[in-house]
Design a protein around this ligand. Structure first.
Ligand SMILES: C[S@@+](CC[C@H](N)C(=O)[O-])C[C@H]1O[C@@H](n2cnc3c(N)ncnc32)[C@H](O)[C@@H]1O
Length: 435
């Protein structure tokens, strides 16, 4: 409908919409009649595992998972088709015909509306599956980055935006035609409830901490005893008992403690007077103990994935090593997803990937369990997308992408032996409405 240029202001509002949005919300809320059917033949070590591999459309799968897994998934990682318009081993083109309500596609036939209608209902249900302290990581590139951000802000809420990580995708320098070389993609991070999320980055190195005086409280380093704000009660001289020289706080600052606390700190050994020191040096050390550090972990740095080990090429090489040939296009590096598993999950947590492709996320979960000894589980969902006859994967005997994903888990299991739960119960969706 043509917009009336004289629309009264109260009818205008800030919103993100596209042709087909209403229908896709209805779709998300529509009850699902389908069922998950256990597939004993495809399952692997089914008797001893809590892992699931679901073959079928992920919207149906998410609806079916809701009954048992609502509020139980600690981490979701997804790497949806980016809508690049290129032909990968999986379809990566969302065309105008797929957009309910229809909108014209762009130059190569892609439609942003169709992509939005695909991702919205899936994220809407995915949010319900997260634990209260759960988190979702979404890989995306420049094609749908802006639409994805708008949709995530609507579904998860601006207040639950955690941030984004930049992953270096390639080291090659190629001019895109206007003198620009794009070498990275993004990982959007949203929490179910940001106030409850606690990510743990790398273990702090505490490199400058030591214990030269055998302090029973352990390793320490010299901290800053001064503070920006204070008053007369935190501005006083501290006399060194050996040299009788007195220290005042640095100009414009105060001590970070009162006289009473100073007395206690001296008794406890947190403040240690120096027997000898140079002119101009403070006559005492204010110890900061490793044990008192608020966290033993660094925060997760948004640039952690700019190292070459996280590039596309590493993932291609590692998958080639597992299968002996290239059976998937653009898998993600295991180390990359393993870092995410390490940063946000602990013993007993469940990880979900509902665009699982070659099942990199399953491998990342298993590898992390083997590395730290904590049991975690995964749920993989993958459409039974047929492999084109011309592809390597077909020549190797894989007929669908699910065959590739399931086989990867089995092959990795051989190497990891019993150091992780590497089995899976395989399911198919009966009567599933595949895309
Ligand atoms: C970008 S790939 C994911 C690659 C994966 N991260 C890896 O490392 O192998 C996207 C995957 O989502 C799958 N997919 C697309 N639409 C789907 C749907 N509706 N339900 C389930 N899987 C789907 C595609 O078949 C493809 O394997």
């Amino acid at each position: 409908m043509k917009k009336n240029v004289n629309t009264p202001e109260e009818e205008e509002r800030y919103e993100f919409t596209w042709p087909g949005k209403r229908k896709c919300i209805e779709e998300a809320n529509r009850a699902c009649e389908d069922k998950l059917v256990f597939d004993a033949e495809e399952s692997f070590r089914a008797d001893t595992t809590a892992n699931l591999y679901i073959e079928g459309d992920n919207l149906t799968a998410l609806k079916l998972l809701e009954a048992e897994y609502a509020g139980r998934i600690k981490m979701i990682y997804i790497d949806p088709p980016y809508n690049t318009g290129s032909d990968h081993i999986y379809s990566d083109r969302f065309t105008a015909g797929e957009a309910q309500g229809s909108s014209k596609g762009n130059a190569n036939g892609r439609s942003h509306a169709a992509w939005c209608s695909m991702i919205y209902p899936r994220l809407y249900i995915a949010r319900k599956l997260l634990t209260e302290d759960g988190v979702i990581f979404i890989s995306i590139d420049e094609n749908e980055e802006f639409n994805l951000k708008k949709i995530c802000e609507e579904i998860f809420g601006e207040a639950n935006r955690v941030g984004e990580v930049i992953r270096k995708t390639k080291s090659m320098t190629a001019d895109d035609g206007c003198g620009f070389n794009l070498q990275h993609e993004l990982l959007l991070i949203y929490a179910k409830d940001r106030s409850k999320l606690r990510l743990k980055g790398e273990k702090k190195a505490f490199a400058n901490y030591s214990n030269p005086d055998n302090d029973p409280k352990g390793d320490w380093c010299a901290g800053d005893p001064s503070a920006r704000s204070g008053g007369p009660s935190t501005y006083f001289e501290i006399e060194n008992p050996y040299t009788h020289k007195a220290d005042l706080p640095p100009s414009g600052r105060y001590w970070a403690f009162s006289k009473e606390s100073l007395k206690r700190y001296i008794e406890e050994g947190k403040i240690k007077f120096k027997e000898k020191y140079r002119d101009g040096e403070r006559g005492f050390v204010f110890k900061r103990y490793k044990a008192d550090a608020k966290s033993q972990y660094e925060p997760v740095h948004s640039l952690f994935a700019v190292e070459n080990e996280y590039m596309n090429q590493s993932a291609t090489v590692e998958l080639r090593k597992i299968f002996g040939s290239d059976v998937f296009s653009y898998p993600k590096p295991v180390a990359y997803i393993q870092k995410l598993v390490q940063y946000c999950t602990a013993k007993g947590d469940m990880v979900l990937d509902f665009f699982s492709g070659s099942a990199t996320t399953a491998q990342a979960v298993m590898e992390q369990c083997a590395a730290d000894g904590f049991k975690r589980n995964f749920i993989m969902v993958q459409l039974a997308e047929e492999v084109d006859k011309k592809r390597n994967a077909y020549k190797e005997g894989y007929r669908t992408l699910c065959d590739v994903g399931r086989q990867r888990i089995r092959l990795v299991a051989e190497r990891l032996q019993d150091s992780a739960d590497c089995g899976f119960k395989a399911y198919k969706i009966a009567g599933g409405a595949d895309r």
